[in-house]
Design a protein around this ligand. Structure first.
Ligand SMILES: Nc1ncnc2c1ncn2[C@@H]1O[C@H](COP(=O)(O)OP(=O)(O)OP(=O)(O)O)[C@@H](O)[C@H]1O
Length: 228
């Protein structure tokens, strides 16, 4: 599958049910995420950023509305095509998900394997990203043996090692020091050059500054959006 996924959201609404109560985390979001652009979603804590990223990344089926990948609704695709699409989506969340019994490197290989990309090219890409983010010496450690910021960087490496067409990073620079944050910004600029579709949520002014398109959320609604 080649690069070049345009993702379009129409009336995207997500409600969470907890017992009797219900939270509408996202209200009728309309917007798009295009190849070769960095789209940044920002807004206060609880405004719906992670929810939007999960829905865009096909990890959360919207309660109402739709997400289109080049016009196709992922949930209407045959299962095989949906799996192929998900292989082209690299996601890193605020709370990274790792298998605790495996080393960081084994976790990276696990994701590469599940994406059908466990080969030397992708291993080399993982190593070079790990070097750039300063965690190459930690790859033999298990997730509980490294710090929160180191795990965050390992999660970014895991998402990007499969060289996905769509890159979704949830607050990638949170817990990172200045140097690591700068490296993340540098990597995002390169991914933009390569024509990836990039969706980032953040509170980081530097990431907002490099955005081509922004959506500011509040209480699950778009307060404003801008194209720079
Ligand atoms: N699984 C869930 N069940 C119930 N409510 C949830 C769930 N996940 C999120 N919420 C609620 O949905 C709203 C949006 O949450 P979300 O995590 O999308 O916000 P956010 O903007 O990413 O916040 P933060 O900046 O703190 O990460 C919040 O009110 C949150 O409490």
């Amino acid at each position: 599958m080649s690069d070049g996924w345009k993702i379009t959201c129409e009336g995207l609404t997500v409600r969470y049910k907890t017992g009797e109560s219900q939270t509408t985390a996202l209200h009728e979001f309309n917007g798009s995420f295009v190849p070769g652009k960095i789209t940044v979603v920002f807004g206060p804590s609880g405004s719906g950023k992670t929810t939007l990223l999960k829905a865009v990344g096909t990890l959360l089926k919207p309660t109402e509305g739709r997400v289109g990948y080049n016009g196709k609704n992922p949930y209407e695709l045959p299962k095989k095509e949906l799996l192929a699409l998900r292989r082209e989506i690299g996601i890193s969340f605020q709370q990274p998900v790792f298998v605790s019994q495996l080393t960081l490197w084994e976790n990276i290989e696990l994701v590469l394997n599940s994406s059908g990309k466990l080969n030397d090219d992708h291993r080399d890409l993982a190593v070079s990203l790990a070097k750039r983010l300063g965690i190459e010496k930690l790859l033999s450690k298990k997730p509980h043996e490294v710090s929160g910021g180191e795990l965050r960087r390992a999660s970014i490496v895991t998402a990007l090692a499969k060289d996905p067409s769509v890159v979704i990073l949830d607050e990638p620079t949170t817990y990172l020091d200045e140097e690591s944050s700068e490296r993340v910004v540098e990597i995002l600029r390169e991914l933009r050059e390569k024509g990836k579709t990039i969706v980032v949520s953040t509170h980081d002014p530097e990431l907002i500054r490099i955005a081509d398109v922004t959506y500011r959320l509040r209480y699950g609604r778009v307060l404003d959006s801008a194209v720079t």
